[in-house]
Design a protein around this ligand. Structure first.
Ligand code: DX5
Ligand code: ZN
Length: 227
């Protein structure tokens, strides 16, 4: 049987124009995007600082779609409740930043958010074996986290396939999100490998017509062969 699996598009607000943030939120609201991707960086886990609660709250005030919050911060447990209060619908923490990942995931769910774990490019998928059943989403970094506009790492395809296999029969609803260097050049191949959510920052906001670019990413069609 041939079925087409719907996929989600999450424009990364890191690439938006912060001097016109309300305009760019309105653009995403009116587009075919599914989520707002919100990148939080602490200057410790990654060599960059993005923005914090005041900016996120400003986005949330005008956003009419879920905020997908990607925490690139050390020891995220300290701030989970504040991120929920600032409007997070999905909270993703980094595997590499959590000593007690099972506890962190439980805390995110207790707040009423969907819970995700992000993997850096060097972190193997099999390390999620004993937590994959508890997750709503896994974010596979397809660049080293910290900056927009970097080159996509091809090994990502292998990781998506491995993760789909790891989750099979244990968590078939698991969402796989890809973040970094996503464009129309690799979108179809990513979906074919098993991705569900595509994050795109510079490809969307640096394009001449971001609304049209979002639409084009949403329209990428693949046939998934199921038996
Ligand atoms: C990078 C961030 C990404 C970034 C993606 O650390 O997690 O979400 O905004 O930007 P592009 O799509 O430009 O690679
Ligand atoms: Zn991100």
């Amino acid at each position: 049987m041939n079925t087409t699996r719907p996929h989600l598009i999450a424009p990364s607000m890191l690439a938006a124009d912060f001097a016109h943030i309300q305009r760019d939120v309105a653009l995403v609201n009116a587009s075919q995007a599914d989520w707002f991707h919100i990148d939080i960086m602490d200057g410790l886990f990654v060599p960059n600082i993005s923005f914090g609660f005041p900016v996120m709250k400003a986005i949330h005030q005008y956003a009419n779609k879920p905020l997908d919050v990607h925490l690139m911060i050390e020891n995220p447990d300290r701030y989970l409740a504040e991120f929920k209060a600032a409007g997070a619908a999905i909270i993703t923490v980094h595997y590499e930043a959590c000593k007690h990942l099972h506890r962190t995931i439980a805390a995110i769910k207790e707040l009423g958010c969907l819970a995700g774990v992000a993997l850096n490019p060097h972190t193997p998928v099999h390390l999620l074996k004993d937590i994959v059943a508890d997750l709503d989403m896994v974010l596979i970094m397809s660049v080293n986290p910290g900056f927009g506009g970097q080159k996509f790492i091809d090994h990502t395809y292998t990781k998506i396939r491995e993760l789909r296999q790891l989750a099979a029969g244990v968590n078939d609803k698991l969402l796989i999100e890809i973040d970094g260097g996503v464009s129309l050049q690799n979108a179809a191949a990513l979906l074919e490998a098993g991705a569900d959510v595509l994050v795109a920052g510079s490809f969307v906001f640096n394009s001449t017509d971001p609304t049209e670019t979002i639409q084009a990413l949403k329209a990428v069609d693949i046939n998934v062969h199921t038996v």
